[in-house]
Write a protein that binds this ligand. Structure first.
Ligand code: SF4
Ligand code: FES
Length: 236
């Protein structure tokens, strides 16, 4: 693997109304015109939904605006002429592929280890067949807001995936459909995260501070309770 380095680029013709990624598009258009290699970065929806964008802006995953993905960050947040440092997510479990693109398939493997339900949920009308109280539905929806971007890992000094896993475990642990794998889910997801090289949680709270969906660290507390419960029941 080649060691990374910082490269200086000048972004001309940037409107304050442009998004941060549109600014990078403009820089890349300039590089194409000059016959140079463009800057590789991830994006898809550009609406804060998909979790693909993954830039550390001036040391903060997703940049300076709280509760905002970097695709929803706008250039009016910066001064004309300001130097901005852009880096990829940094974590052992997210190896850099090129420039600002990292491989987040470790998250997919953590989900495949347990972040699913095996019950047949039926079609859309069947969704109303199991009455679920408003409090439970709201709690599940709050945790389901996680878009799997990985900013929590990038912000954590331990590169822990606990906020991501806590959101997924909490979402399914509170719903009746999630009960069958409830104990196995948390044990297997944590085991897979360890195998992928994610670190443990030391309650720094950096994950919560940068999460674009403002997932609270109470999800980690719930995951810990779920894990203790599963281990005490002898779940392997
Ligand atoms: S918990 Fe937040 S920061 Fe972590 S993956 Fe989910 S949305 Fe991204
Ligand atoms: S590109 Fe989809 S959340 Fe940013």
């Amino acid at each position: 693997m080649t060691p990374g380095r910082l490269v200086d680029y000048t972004a001309d013709h940037v409107s304050p109304d442009m998004s941060f990624l549109e600014m990078l598009d403009v820089v890349n258009e300039g590089l194409v015109k000059k016959g140079e290699d463009t800057i590789a970065f991830d994006s898809d929806c550009r609406e804060g939904i998909c979790g693909m964008c993954s830039l550390v802006v001036d040391g903060v995953p997703h940049g300076p605006d709280r509760g905002t993905t970097v695709c929803q960050l706008h250039m009016r947040r910066f001064r004309d002429g300001q130097t901005v440092t852009i880096e990829p997510w940094r974590a052992k479990a997210f190896p850099v592929i090129k420039d600002l693109v990292v491989d987040r398939s470790a998250f997919d493997r953590v989900i495949a280890a347990g972040g699913y339900v095996s019950v047949n949920c039926g079609g859309a009308p069947d969704g109303n067949a199991i009455p679920i109280s408003r409090d439970i539905a709201e709690a599940a929806m709050d945790s389901a807001a996680c878009i799997g971007c990985g900013a929590c890992v990038a912000a954590c000094k331990n590169a822990s995936a606990h906020l991501f896993m806590g959101a997924k475990v909490s979402q399914l642990a509170v719903l009746p459909q999630g009960q069958i794998e409830r104990a196995r889910r948390v044990v297997h997801m944590i085991r897979q995260a360890d195998a992928e090289g994610f670190g443990s949680c030391s309650n720094e709270g950096e994950c919560e501070a940068v999460c674009p969906k403002e997932i609270p660290i109470s999800n980690i507390a719930r995951m810990t309770r779920e894990h203790v419960r599963a281990v005490l029941r002898g779940t392997l």
